[in-house]
Design a protein around this ligand. Structure first.
Ligand SMILES: Cc1cc2nc3c(=O)[nH]c(=O)nc-3n(C[C@H](O)[C@H](O)[C@H](O)COP(=O)(O)O)c2cc1C
Length: 398
């Protein structure tokens, strides 16, 4: 089913054809297909930033400014992209970041993401806003991480984290770059907020995307109805289209370092703070015992005046690099972006929208396609540079 679906949408039949595929040459091709397939309101939720979207553009512009001074005649027939992330081997310096809306893009989208990541041998991060229970995602196998936003009820957050630990998850990401909800004006304009209320505009939008309506919502309807916010105890679960009941809203405006320290002390595994840009925050994270940080501005989805992550990375690396794992995300669309992040000192990148474009286009096969594209471009970029492994990249920065 998935192979048929993917061929019909992207005319692609295997990784060996990466160079000859007629219709999906890069992540942007997947993006354009995703845009056609999704209702406008769902598309904008996945794609857009906040306010004037200067932050998203800044992330991309910062990547484009980075250039290299390649070396020649270095025998690049066997480029090695492998690395270690938290002491475990990974074939690529790439992991799938947490993205809460996957189940709206594809039926059981979280599982499709997890399966594709497992097949590629790279980690997948479950979002605390996911619509599937973590035990149902964990059946995908592979390396699965968990991301936390604090709920209004702090104890509830601890219960959820304990559950992740009991299911064998060994790495926890805590996202800190949304102390207050972001200003996403388009959600109100499109009428896709929660609680979701039908109006002529969003009804027309959904009805004019019958493939999505039948393939995603239709399948949920046959399978128990609109998905709920998972990860919560039964008494607090509500359909994603309904408002959250008291206690079940995310709330982080009262969060401080002491709260993070007590979570660190409670969590036995690897502990990562996501959404830092300031080197002093990274130093503080190191001091309280975190194992890693993600230099992230949430893909430009949180604060439109945030600096680009590529510009923030070097200071964070010089503050804590080598002492903890430094990830970067926000704006990664090409293998060359992965190589640039590594050149600037990141140990690995997280990708958010890139695999979601694949997911919305063709489910698991589309995510696999996104990962294959990033892998092929990473290898090609390294070969062009004369870098035979990741440690040879940094000296080639211009
Ligand atoms: C649709 C969508 C949902 C997201 N949901 C979450 C989330 O639940 N938790 C989180 O920490 N980050 C979330 N993010 C942010 C990503 O983890 C990541 O930081 C960001 O997407 C990176 O930028 P990129 O999309 O340009 O790769 C989300 C991003 C997108 C696009």
């Amino acid at each position: 089913m998935r192979a048929w679906w993917f061929r019909s949408t992207c005319r692609f039949s295997g990784a060996a054809e990466l160079g000859t595929d007629l219709a999906c040459y890069n992540i942007d091709d997947l993006r354009l297909r995703a845009r056609r397939r999704l209702p406008h309101g769902v598309w904008e939720y996945m794609e857009r930033g906040t306010e004037d979207e200067a932050g998203m553009a800044r992330n991309r512009a910062a990547f484009e400014k980075v250039t290299f001074r390649p070396r020649v005649l270095r025998g690049v027939q066997a480029v090695d992209t492998s690395t270690q992330i938290f002491g475990k081997p990974s074939p690529l310096p790439i992991a799938l970041g947490p993205t809460g809306s996957a189940g709206l893009l594809w039926y059981k989208g979280d599982l499709a993401l997890a399966r594709a990541a497992a097949a590629a041998g790279i980690p997948f991060t479950i979002s605390s806003a996911s619509t599937m229970d973590l035990e149902d995602i964990a059946v995908a196998g592979g390396r699965i991480w968990f991301q936390l936003y604090y709920w209004e009820d702090r104890e509830l957050s601890h219960t959820v984290v304990d559950k992740a630990r009991d299911h064998g998850i060994d790495t926890l990401f805590v996202t800190l770059d949304m102390p207050v909800p972001p200003n996403r004006e388009y959600i109100y304009r499109n009428g896709f907020g929660t609680p979701f209320k039908l109006n002529p505009r969003n009804t027309f939008d959904v009805l004019t995307h019958p493939r999505w309506l039948a393939g995603v919502m239709g399948r949920y309807a046959l399978d128990g109805g609109v998905p709920s916010q998972a990860n919560l105890p039964d008494r607090l679960r509500s359909k994603v289209t309904k408002g959250a009941p008291p206690g079940a809203l995310f709330k982080q405006d009262d969060l401080d370092w002491d709260a993070i320290k007590s979570l660190r002390d409670r969590w036995p595994g690897k502990f990562v703070l996501k959404g830092l840009l300031h080197p002093q925050d990274a130093e503080q994270a190191l001091k309280l015992g975190a194992d890693g940080v993600v230099v992230s501005n949430h893909g430009g989805r949180a604060f439109d005046s945030s600096m680009a992550t590529v510009d923030a990375l070097p200071a964070v690396v010089s503050a804590v690099g080598g002492k903890m794992t430094v990830f970067l995300d926000s704006g990664v669309r090409r293998g060359s972006d992965v190589v640039k992040a590594v050149a600037l000192g990141a140990d690995a990148v997280l990708v958010g929208r890139a695999p979601l474009y694949g997911l919305a286009t063709a489910g698991e096969a589309g995510v696999t396609r996104a990962i294959d594209l990033l892998r092929a471009e990473t290898v090609r970029t390294m070969a062009m540079l004369g870098a035979r492994n990741l440690s040879e990249i940094k000296p080639l920065l211009d």
